[in-house]
Design a protein around this ligand. Structure first.
Ligand SMILES: CC(=O)N[C@H](C=O)[C@@H](O)[C@H](O)[C@H](O)CO
Ligand SMILES: CC(=O)C(=O)O
Length: 308
């Protein structure tokens, strides 16, 4: 998929955070979760404590415990454990970055602060802050404009960033602006950096623009299916790749009509995988289970039986 292949590539699951019915961390589920991703989904890397992991709804202590457990359980099994360290406070991000390095994470990533919002130069300085706390780890900037409201042009942020942040290694790009995405790929490629795409429903468009891989919530349970799309694309079978992406789009168009959000997504994962992810953390609320069941039925229709 990528000309320069020491980079981060393929599908990366943005992990859900397993909680007990009482809403506390369920760390015991992470071992089985690692095995499920490897064996049933053929997904070999994870992105922990991001959007899907409800990272910004967890305490720093909880985020540290999760990072540590994913690194421990993933050791010798997963290719990469990327720990998301973005916070509203740069000092908190630095603390998480130092911690990630100390527990053996392979890389860190950070969204921009999203309450008081930075300018382009501010984003670089914030990223520099996180990077300087773990200079030995590759750092990825996480662009998620729909949720952060930080709608800057990423290509402009990249300009000269290598001179500011030696550990900078690329992007997780979860925007829908394919022109900006293409410009980012064009800037990152000569540096050997990774651009990972984060809107799962339109990954094929991003592959055509040269992204190396993808980070997403849905790869937790449709990774096996989306891997087929990646293979078809790599073999040049565009018709098959389109057919698979269309099927996946059909599922999520249907899910969106039911009000699909992260809480519903977490419930779909529990039902589809049989791994009890537990409730969402506030401010999200659980949904009635009939909607989740309808989505799982649709998944089965479009993608075949769930690999248990
Ligand atoms: C906003 C959000 O959570 N985006 C995720 C990652 O960036 C995606 O993986 C989506 O969950 C996915 O594309 C389904 O809409
Ligand atoms: C989708 C993603 O990358 C995240 O949950 O952060």
């Amino acid at each position: 998929m990528c000309p320069n292949s020491s980079k981060l590539t393929g599908l990366i699951a943005a992990t859900f955070t397993p909680l007990t019915p009482q809403g506390e961390l369920n760390l015991a589920l992470i071992g089985p979760y690692v095995d499920y991703l490897l064996e049933k989904q053929r997904v070999r890397s994870v992105f922990v404590n991001g959007t899907t992991g409800e990272g910004c709804s967890l305490t720093l202590e909880e985020r540290k415990q999760l990072a540590e457990e994913w690194c421990r359980q993933g050791k010798g099994k997963l290719d990469q454990v990327i720990v998301h360290v973005g916070c509203l406070s740069v000092k908190d991000s630095q603390e998480l970055a130092r911690h990630a390095a100390s527990v053996g994470a392979d890389a860190i990533a950070a969204i921009s602060p999203f309450f008081l919002k930075p300018s382009n130069a501010g984003v670089t300085d914030v990223s520099k802050g996180s990077g300087s706390a773990a200079p030995q780890l590759p750092l990825y900037y996480y662009h998620l404009p729909a949720l952060t409201g930080v709608k800057l042009n990423v290509r402009e942020v990249l300009q000269g960033i290598e001179t500011q942040i030696p550990s900078f290694k690329g992007l997780k790009f979860s925007g829908v602006d394919l022109r900006d995405l293409g410009q980012c790929v064009s800037y990152c490629r000569p540096h050997g950096w990774s651009v990972l795409y984060g809107v799962d429903e339109q990954l094929l468009g991003a592959l055509a623009l040269g992204v190396c891989g993808a980070v997403g919530s849905t790869y937790n349970y449709v990774g096996h299916f989306m891997n087929k799309m990646l293979n078809a694309f790599e073999k040049g079978d565009l018709a098959l790749a389109q057919d698979l992406q269309f099927k996946m789009q059909d599922v999520f168009t249907f899910a969106n009509s039911l009000g699909f959000d992260l809480a519903m997504n977490k419930q779909v994962m529990s039902l589809w995988s049989g791994l009890p992810m537990g409730p969402p953390r506030l401010p999200l609320l659980p949904w009635p289970s009939d909607r989740t069941q309808d989505i799982v039925k649709k998944l089965q229709q479009e993608m075949g039986p769930c690999p248990k």
